[in-house]
Design a protein around this ligand. Structure first.
Ligand code: ATP
Ligand code: MG
Ligand code: FE
Length: 354
């Protein structure tokens, strides 16, 4: 099976062609074209939905053409079109879904509506062919979740953030300190030079029984300390970033450990796996912590290459491929779903009935 994937849910315009066999050992990425709109949004310090939608309209056709030519494929080689149908910004979703359907209609191929989060959830099967079940930690600009990936179409959300997403916390902290957007990489660079012990920041929810995440209190505490300092010097920024990153990492460790323990109580696999996805997975301190935490609790830790952790269309093509192999039918009636939780009705086409 060879699938064209389309991703336009946020600020990446992406198309990719993925090939795999019906036994789904793992997939082969024939092309993976991603156009990031970061430059279009940087001046505004965040994604502007209207600008994003227009940029998708402008770029998507050319990006699909490049995905085909990079893969050395013609339309005859493509078995189905899969497009992100939600969750995300409605303008971008409309562009991706309409384009995908138009191609499916013109080329007489099935159209598969894909949940963006399912794309993230299944990426480790594309890259490493891992087996169900496993735990997924999704940490991006818009999401912070732990999901039990039980099988295709069967996802159970164990934890989510009760306020800011982790990437959002990095972005807001960066903005507060006058650093460039997106904030994650900037904060990490400063943190490397800084003294993480200089400022004491809270570890939100640490020690609490629930599995959820919280990051907004941290940002507020950081703002207070930064304001007390007056005009910030370079080393103040370094120290604030280092203190923030340490607090985030420790809070995340506490939260993740709890989910790993719960998994241990409910499943009996000898070597369970935690998979990470989302742009925050690029952060070295967080990755190192996750590796250590998994080792302590007898879990394998799997981090797909960063280009497949951040938003891309290969993961969408792969989710389509898995669904098609499982018997999914074309769904030309699908409409964009800006809100579409992964754990309810996430795979309507194969009719798990949930
Ligand atoms: P969605 O949540 O819909 O997937 P997104 O575009 O926000 O959308 P990604 O593209 O996966 O998600 O990730 C972007 C986020 O990752 C940003 O918030 C960015 O600051 C954060 N990020 C990127 N690199 C790092 C880093 N080195 N350290 C911490 N955060 C990072
Ligand atoms: Mg993005
Ligand atoms: Fe994403």
């Amino acid at each position: 099976l060879t699938i064209l994937g389309i991703e336009t849910s946020c600020d990446e315009t992406a198309a990719s062609i993925v090939r795999g066999d019906a036994n789904l050992v793992q997939g082969e990425i024939l092309s993976n074209v991603v156009h990031s709109q970061i430059d279009d949004h940087a001046a505004f310090g965040g994604v502007v939905p209207e600008i994003a939608a227009r940029a998708h309209v402008e770029k998507l056709d050319g990006i699909i053409q490049r995905a085909l030519s990079d893969a050395d494929c013609s339309w005859d080689d493509i078995d189905a079109i899969a497009a992100t149908t939600g969750p995300g910004l409605v303008g971008g979703l409309i562009v991706g879904v309409m384009t995908g359907k138009a191609i499916a209609y013109a080329q007489n191929k099935p159209f598969l509506p894909i949940n963006h989060l399912e794309g993230h959830a299944l990426t480790a099967r594309l890259t490493d062919g891992i087996k169900f079940p496993y735990l997924l930690l999704l940490v991006s600009g818009g999401h912070t979740q732990i999901v039990l990936v039980r099988s295709l179409g069967d996802y159970e959300r164990w934890a989510s953030t009760i306020d800011d997403a982790l990437g959002e916390a990095f972005d807001k902290t960066a903005k507060l300190l006058g650093l460039a957007y997106p904030g994650g990489p900037a904060v990490e660079q400063h943190a490397i030079k800084g003294d993480a012990k200089r400022f004491s920041l809270p570890r939100p929810l640490k020690g609490e029984d629930r599995l959820d995440f919280s990051f907004s209190g941290l940002k507020t505490a950081l703002r207070r300390q930064a304001t007390e300092l007056g005009p910030l010097k370079e080393h103040d920024i370094d120290d604030l970033c280092a203190s923030f990153q340490l607090a985030v990492t420790e809070s995340l460790k506490d939260r993740v450990s709890r989910s790993l323990s719960r998994y241990r109580n409910e499943f009996t696999d000898d070597q369970p796996t935690l998979v990470v996805a989302g742009g925050v997975a690029a952060n070295k301190a967080i990755r190192t912590m996750l590796e250590a935490t998994c080792a302590e609790q007898g879990f394998s830790f799997l981090a797909p290459p960063i280009a497949l952790c951040t938003d891309n269309a290969a993961m969408i093509a792969w989710a389509g491929l898995e669904q098609l192999a499982a018997g999914a039918q074309s769904d030309m009636d699908a409409i964009p779903r800006p809100r579409w939780p992964l754990d309810s009705d996430s795979a309507p086409i194969i009719g798990s009935g949930k």
